[in-house]
Design a protein around this ligand. Structure first.
Ligand SMILES: [Zn+2]
Ligand SMILES: [Zn+2]
Length: 272
């Protein structure tokens, strides 16, 4: 329902990553799976999560005597950091093992370097045929009809720098993971409590806003989003203020916010 409200099309989603089996992190999944089924999805859906998640999905399908119209491909997660669980032409996804009350895995999404970008002025100047564009984007030189070689660097610009995003789900402060995500453009980190409530954070295997900011700072991240706030804080400003005291480029993950991942420390476009 939230996806409909925010006009996010189900059809555009092909991969779902579930961190752990506390209800606030996966109870919406079955609803999404059934909605995709009812809307006539036929393309594959890849779900990543703890092995037990597949048991939960299977039992729900079994007892409702349903068979999904689309192939659901489940990828069980192993519990060590740095495992590559998904790779395609555009990106690589690695695990980040959290320290929570039950097995919990975060994810590190890293874009691969893109193709070189064609300088369209040169396209006309050298009358480059369309069928050669692909190889030029991959770095090839161009030889014109007279046999003259035009070097690739004259025809193209450098590719856009690859972007990265790290998702730290429910976890105690795990400072050592900062080196695994060094230089990441955007980090989401849970910040369930204010640092005044550190005892409660330790007891429940959660982090404070201050700790989330410390991790982002240590990782030399571009930006930080904090979320998963305890209901004990009706006003979230103190959490934001606390994180920004350590890491100024912090935003709150409030319902409906959108963030675009930009390379480096550039702004994150946000619209509610
Ligand atoms: Zn949890
Ligand atoms: Zn949670």
């Amino acid at each position: 329902m939230q996806m409909m409200r925010y006009k996010i099309r189900h059809g555009k989603i092909n991969h779902v990553f579930i961190t752990h089996l506390h209800g606030d992190h996966y109870l919406g999944l079955m609803g999404l799976l059934y909605t995709m089924h009812l809307q006539g999805r036929t393309s594959e859906l890849h779900v990543f999560g703890q092995q037990e998640l597949m048991d939960i999905i299977e039992i729900q399908l079994r007892f409702s005597r349903s068979q999904l119209r689309y192939p659901l491909i489940f990828h069980p997660i192993k519990n060590y950091s740095g495992d590559i669980i998904h790779e395609d032409d555009d990106l690589v996804v690695r695990t980040l093992v959290m320290n929570h009350r039950i097995p919990c895995t975060g994810f590190h999404f890293q874009e691969k370097p893109g193709l070189r970008r064609i300088n369209t002025d040169k396209l006309k100047q050298y009358s480059i045929p369309v069928h050669q564009l692909d190889s030029i984007k991959r770095g090839a030189d161009f030889t014109d009809g007279m046999g003259r070689v035009v070097p690739n660097k004259e025809l193209t610009f450098d590719p856009a720098p690859p972007r990265s995003y790290a998702y730290f789900s429910d976890t105690l402060f795990e400072e050592d993971l900062a080196s695994d995500v060094e230089g990441t453009d955007l980090i989401y980190h849970e910040a369930t409590f204010l640092h005044d409530d550190i005892e409660r954070a330790l007891a429940t295997y959660h982090s404070t806003a201050l700790q989330a900011a410390m991790l982002a700072k240590k990782a030399k991240a571009g930006r930080l989003i904090i979320g998963h706030f305890s209901a004990r804080y009706p006003n979230l400003e103190p959490l934001l203020h606390e994180a920004r005291s350590i890491f100024p480029e912090t935003d709150l993950a409030t319902e409906g916010s959108r963030f675009s991942i930009e390379h480096g420390t550039k702004q994150v476009v946000k619209a509610v």
